[in-house]
Design a protein around this ligand. Structure first.
Ligand SMILES: Nc1ncnc2c1ncn2[C@@H]1O[C@H](COP(=O)(O)OP(=O)(O)OP(=O)(O)O)[C@@H](O)[C@H]1O
Ligand SMILES: [Mg+2]
Length: 228
């Protein structure tokens, strides 16, 4: 599903944020990416949806080689990957329903299909009652649920999340994790960078530790544990 081979990333300012990353993530896996601030977790994640390109090395996502992928094909790649951010990134002028519908390729879908898909996904995240509300009328947890609904409405094979609970209180964070667990149970691969030790040590999954741009540990049912 996701393969990285000898991946290096040096930013223009000289910072090496990925220093020889080799990893394989299979279909249906749930992977936490942990490590100290500045370790390279976001860089690792951004390279998967080609927000950043590696300086050296190969990345394959579901058979697509990101190194040789034409820019015109990046939207095709992004349709196969759902992305969730710490700060939600919702469109403020669109309501909940519209924020989710916007992510669908409207040209290819009938209005009836779009309504069904959006309503189904809003039901999954428990927001049916709030479909007509705007982002600034929602709590942080609700906004994150909208952003998750948006990320999965295209039924992507992979969902990538960069600290999705970073701005949420502990109770809300557990609620959000329940939704990710449900999505994963349906067969979607999840890659999640997080600083939430409680969650990583309670809901057990594969744990990849990134330190200084390198993977220093990689264990199934791993622990949140690294030298900071
Ligand atoms: N666009 C950029 N240009 C230059 N340097 C960058 C850029 N983005 C990140 N870096 C640097 O690359 C290194 C890794 O950053 P990255 O954001 O991947 O870390 P992180 O593990 O996600 O940290 P955090 O836990 O704080 O989110 C850091 O030293 C950072 O300053
Ligand atoms: Mg980060």
């Amino acid at each position: 599903m996701i393969v990285m081979k000898d991946v290096y990333k040096k930013y223009p300012n000289g910072v090496v944020a990925a220093n020889g990353i080799n990893v394989e993530i299979s279909r249906g896996e749930f992977v936490y990416v942990v490590g100290p601030s500045g370790a390279g977790k976001s860089t690792f994640i951004k390279m998967m949806y080609r927000e950043e390109t590696p300086t050296k090395g190969d990345i394959l996502i579901n058979g697509i080689n990101l190194g040789t992928l034409r820019n015109s094909r990046v939207p095709h790649l992004r349709r196969q990957i759902g992305v969730v951010f710490q700060d939600f990134k919702l469109l403020p002028k669109l309501n909940v329903y519209e924020n989710v519908a916007f992510a669908l390729e409207v040209i290819e879908e009938s209005p009836k299909q779009i309504r069904k898909k959006v309503n189904d996904v809003l039901a999954l995240v428990g927001l049916t009652q709030k479909a007509r509300m705007f982002p600034n009328e929602l709590s942080g947890g609700e906004q994150q649920r909208v952003s998750i609904a948006r990320s999965i409405v295209n039924v992507p094979k992979v969902v990538i999340a960069d600290e999705p609970t970073g701005n949420l209180d502990p109770d809300t964070s557990w609620e959000i994790m329940k939704i990710f667990e449900q999505i994963n149970a349906r067969g979607t691969t999840i890659v999640m960078a997080t600083h939430n030790k409680e969650i990583v040590n309670t809901i057990k999954h594969r744990v990849i530790v990134v330190e200084g741009g390198m993977i220093t540990r990689d264990e199934y049912e791993g622990e949140y544990d690294y030298e900071s």
